[in-house]
Design a protein around this ligand. Sequence first.
Ligand code: CA
Length: 376
Amino acid sequence: MALRIVEEAGLTDVGRQRHANEDAYYDSPPIFAVADGMGGARAGEVASRIAVEAFEQARDESAAPEDQLAQIARAANRRIYELAQEDEERAGMGTTLTAIMLAGDEIAIGHVGDSRAYRLRGDQLERLTQDHSLVEELVRQGKLTSEQAEMHPQRSIITRALGPEPEVDVETLTYPARAGDVYLLCSDGLTGMVPEERVAEILRARSSLRQAAEALVAEANERGGRDNITVVLFRLGSDDGADPGADAHVLQDTAMLGAAPSATPAGPEPRARRRTGRAVVGGAVALAAVAAVLAGLWIGSRQFWFVGADQGRVSLYRGLPYELPLGIKLYSEEYRSSVPSLSLPGLQRRRVLDHQLRGRSDAVDLVRSLERAYAS
Ligand code: CA
């Protein structure tokens, strides 16, 4: 029984605190994707757009679905990397990419970074991807609980992205699909603001996927909208006309009236196949893993800015105010003003020198306001 896409909706929103939207999405059956870009001077927008535009190129349809997605992701990676090399303003730009392709009665996923794929089957919402993030690495190592990870100040540091390196390791997965399944792709602007239980509630209560997409974005904004929010939803039906998901809201209504809720699937779920390039064993892998975490830490740190002093002058830094062993700095000086740090009144001086992490525009505004105050 072949499955087909019977309903879809995509929505992206700048959120409440950012000035630009660095997310992008692609929704052209049988492929859907979300990309969340990062990098100063609008480079994040460029990176995420390149990632989704890569799906418009001809793809090798004779290849396995996972391989098709990985090839597209690798092509996008090369393009972003090359562009970043050519243009200093775009140095270090990158993007996440999480893509789903329906193929027969399976869905294939290609995944890099911390955007996510979920599946609602019956009443059960299940996450299909693991974040390539520092906190999720720490959860896997047992050093953080998932509750701690959700609140962790460094939760947006990712360990894999398209763009920063000439080659990227694309994680690919395949899951068996069913008529009635609803799939959600989203950026961390949704999952960083809205708990999974609430996402599930909104999806279960939907009247349509369009309405659900709008409700998810509205919920993230009501909870602060600290980041760009992107959601892509699609629902599967079967070729023989069976479309169990079309009744989802009716089932929901009857459940609310006290009837039995729609059944959750019985029996063990066939395990998803996980394939990555990490099959080698030994010390080289451990070393490579450490290098990857350090590289990822550095990449992720590029989205933070802080203000400090260099040679007695108020300065603007990009990165995190830490130095790793071997003298690896997680920050770089982007600008040194002519404002002597000692010219600032005590309280303000502490505010300037406290290395508080800020967004780029916030940090730039602070330095500019100090310059204006010093000039007057
Ligand atoms: Ca984001």
